[in-house]
Design a protein around this ligand. Structure first.
Ligand SMILES: Cc1ncc(COP(=O)(O)O)c(C=O)c1O
Length: 427
């Protein structure tokens, strides 16, 4: 009998059996770690062998309230038994309420709902194209080292050549400028430019925050040249840095910037806390650009997704998780800096905002397996062996993006696991 047929017929429970299903039936677009997860609770997950891990990666900034949060479970099941999906041909309460909640927290304007980050960004690109269409303006300036998703426009917008390889020709109309370099943006603006796109903290690029001067300067340039400021808040948003969106954290020391707001903001990841949901908010001045028939989504903003998102926002507010993100982020950052001083041969830098932290390793550091693999992957794997999940970013950075309800004892656990791991490896 063909091996595939055998695999078709059994219910896989072992690590090997589950991996075999992926080998046979799932496109190999991901470099997966040899870990097979089974369940989660709070900040911990368990693999199929019953081994427990502290989840400091949060599903790449998605599990904003950790795993299996009882109130989210209740909301999901109640909503599923009330109205799970209804088409955007009709009205339903939950999408309207979520839009109102986001508008109240961001500023006057309106929202559109999609299912993922890349889709939320696509919507913003369409907004920009439509905005400039009558004047023949279409070009979006994006930043080098940025990441904006894996759709065709997403990879064109992304400032990392590796995501574009083999997919030429790119969607036209994107040009890249160095991040945090205002002069470069000013020079790059052409008669065709219609928008500037950026992440407040570059996530996939290695946890690099924008500077306050850069943000203020970009806002002024956008106003001066009638450009839209498009804010990708997908990874750095949702109170991860202490405010709903990271521009408020970056500009928090400047009272003159209290009213700072981009022209559109994309959201996803933590917005649904594990339930797929994306959205973009559009500032009041531009809220009528995308009219009836110009954009749409079958699933976008369905009752199930929106009711979960509303519950998450309610819990973040009720439990002051914005403040917890800042406090726990500070505690983690402090501990990581102590470890950086203890292991100077490994750790080059610690950077980030709130609970979005990157530990930068020396490119020459190696765990001693002598395999020519980036140090970020080697460290992440060693941490798995010691019972902790983190997220690699590029070749040198290990990211910490845990749930915003992480406890002080769990931050201590993370620091202790990292310490033990670094003590156990040799350069
Ligand atoms: C800043 C940013 N934008 C866009 C995306 C794409 O989101 P999604 O994977 O949900 O399409 C990501 C995902 O990592 C991201 O970090």
């Amino acid at each position: 009998m063909h091996a595939n047929i055998v695999r078709d017929q059994c219910i896989p429970t072992s690590e090997e059996g589950i991996k075999a299903l992926f080998d046979d039936f799932v496109l190999s677009t991901y470099g997966r770690f040899p870990l097979t997860l089974q369940r989660g609770k709070g900040s911990h997950v368990w693999d199929v062998n019953g081994r427990r891990y502290l989840d400091m990666g949060g599903g790449i900034a998605v599990n904003v309230l950790g795993h299996a949060h009882p109130e989210l479970v209740e909301t999901l099941s109640e909503q599923a038994s009330t109205l799970m999906h209804c088409s955007n041909l009709y009205y339903q309460r939950w999408q309207g309420e979520l839009a109102r909640e986001l508008v109240h927290r961001i500023g006057n304007g309106k929202c559109f709902f999609a299912n993922s980050g890349a889709e939320a960004n696509e919507g913003m690109f369409k907004l920009a194209r439509k905005f400039g269409s009558e004047e023949g303006r279409f070009e979006i300036l994006s930043c080098q080292n940025s990441f904006h998703g894996r759709t065709m426009a997403g990879i064109a917008a992304t400032g990392q050549p590796k995501v574009k390889e083999g997919f030429a020709p790119m969607v036209p109309g994107f040009r890249h400028v160095p991040f945090n370099d205002l002069e470069a943006v000013e020079k790059a603006i052409s008669p065709a430019t219609v928008a500037i796109l950026l992440e407040g903290v570059q996530g996939e690029g290695g946890i690099l925050p924008a500077s306050p001067e850069y943000l203020k300067g970009l806002r002024a340039l956008c106003d001066q040249h009638d450009l839209l400021m498009l804010w990708d808040g997908i990874q750095c948003g949702h109170y991860r840095t202490g405010y709903l969106h990271s521009y408020a954290s970056i500009l928090s020391d400047d009272p003159q910037c209290a009213d700072f707001v981009p022209d559109a903001i994309s959201m996803a990841k933590s917005l649904g806390g594990g339930f797929p949901l994306g959205a973009f908010w559009v500032r009041e001045r531009y809220q009528d650009i995308l009219g009836a028939g110009t954009h749409g989504s079958t699933f976008g903003g369905n009752p199930l997704a929106c009711s979960v998102a509303l519950k998450i926002l309610e819990i973040i507010k009720r439990d002051s998780l914005d403040k917890n993100a800042v406090q726990m982020g500070g505690m983690l950052m402090h501990g990581l800096r102590i470890l950086a001083a203890k292991f100077p041969d490994y750790i080059q830098d610690v950077r980030g905002l709130g609970l979005m932290i990157g530990l930068v390793f020396h490119p020459r550091a190696s765990v001693g397996d002598h395999v020519a693999r980036p140090v970020s992957l080697q460290i992440v794997e060693c941490l798995h062996a010691h019972g902790m999940l983190t997220i690699p970013s590029g070749t040198q950075v290990v990211r910490f993006l845990p749930g915003l309800n992480i406890l002080p004892s769990e931050v201590e656990e993370a620091l202790s696991l990292l310490n033990t791991t670094l003590e156990s490896i040799e350069i």
